[in-house]
Design a protein around this ligand. Structure first.
Ligand code: NAD
Length: 304
């Protein structure tokens, strides 16, 4: 059998036992939880100690819910929590076989993170990005290991959602792809493979729908409640599009629309000015308790 370039030049991928997660927001915390529940040792990194503490109390709460539903024992919960180490440094990632980046959706920021991460990694470690939309090929190219770089797009909330989209960059090697399929299986997730085009499969379809819902509000076709009710009752969606936008985070929604707009150079993807305005106001959705809905009271009410 012919020796491939990868077999010649890259160390083989070891068994993946330790996973580093960068970014302890809603996605990073969910990924850390699922990985720890599945038996992986986890290092969870964020620049903000407050985000790390909030992530650990959310993980504690969600694991507690699994205990009360009888799907996890109290001992299992304590063992999972003990498998997660939080850190504001990237140094503890030195022994990880896989690092999953789940920081804010901003290409410049992600590039800086990878530049800072690479010197700490062992040569055989795989880097995955949970980006919702940014080119895996471009992100891979700013590391020393594009062959060991891949997109691993989890869905929100991570513990509840079955899907992981796997995206190969142009240089991603087959053994990297197979190793990541194996990790998805161990995490109890189902993988779907998407090509490396802006926003991949799920968000290429979902985000223009959400953006259109914001235009519908902007143009006065409906109110926040009528738009959400129309899509829940008329299209059988479990959540209305504006409620879903709040759940995803309006900054993330806007960032994905900008990637689609610029990456596909098609005006049909232009972000709705009202979405821009909400982000400029800092009304980013559920995570800050205000977006299209205001979550500060007992039940959510439209913000405007
Ligand atoms: N929200 C969703 O529904 C969803 C779904 C799938 C994928 N994603 C993707 O996951 C990523 C994270 O999204 P999120 O919703 O968890 O965002 P979030 O705003 O909840 O969390 C982002 C976290 O990244 C941290 N961070 C920022 N700069 C950092 C740095 N230099 N080093 C370490 N941490 C840093 C922030 O402090 C914050 O805690 C994005 O790429 C997003 O596109 C989001």
């Amino acid at each position: 059998m012919a020796t491939t370039y990868a077999q010649r030049d890259y160390p083989p991928i070891p068994e993946i036992k330790r996973i580093g997660v960068i970014g302890a927001g809603q996605m990073g915390a969910g990924i850390a939880q699922v990985a720890a529940e599945s038996g992986f040792e986890v290092r969870l990194n964020d620049i903000s100690r407050q985000a790390l503490d909030a992530a650990m109390s959310r993980i504690d709460f969600f694991l507690g819910r699994h205990v009360s539903k009888g799907v996890l024992t109290e001992e299992g919960k304590q063992q999972a929590l003990a498998r997660i180490v939080t850190t504001e440094s990237l140094e503890p990632f030195r022994d990880c076989e896989l690092v999953i980046e789940a920081a804010t959706e901003n290409e410049e920021l992600k590039r800086k993170i990878f530049a800072a991460l690479v010197p700490h990694l062992k040569p055989e470690a795989i880097i995955a990005s949970n980006t919702s939309s940014i080119s895996i090929t471009r992100l891979a190219a700013c590391t020393d290991r594009p062959e060991r770089f891949i997109g691993m797009h989890f869905m929100n909330p991570v513990p509840a959602m079955k899907l992981v989209e796997i995206i190969r960059g142009i240089a991603t090697e087959e053994d990297t792809y197979q190793a990541i399929r194996g990790v998805c299986e161990k995490l109890g997730k189902q993988a779907v493979t998407a090509e490396d085009f802006p926003a991949f499969i799920v968000n290429r379809i979902l985000l223009p729908m959400i953006n259109e819902a914001v235009y519908t509000l902007y143009e006065g076709v409906g109110t926040v409640e009528s738009i959400d009710n129309a899509m829940k009752l008329g299209a059988n969606h479990p959540m209305g599009p504006l409620e879903l936008a709040d759940f995803i985070g309006l900054d993330t929604c806007l960032a994905i629309m900008q990637v689609l707009y610029e990456g596909l150079a098609d005006s049909k993807y232009r972000p709705c000015p009202l979405l821009v305005k909400y982000v400029e106001a800092g009304w980013l959705g559920r995570k800050v308790k205000r977006g299209f809905y205001d979550y500060r009271g007992e039940t959510p009410v439209p913000t405007r």
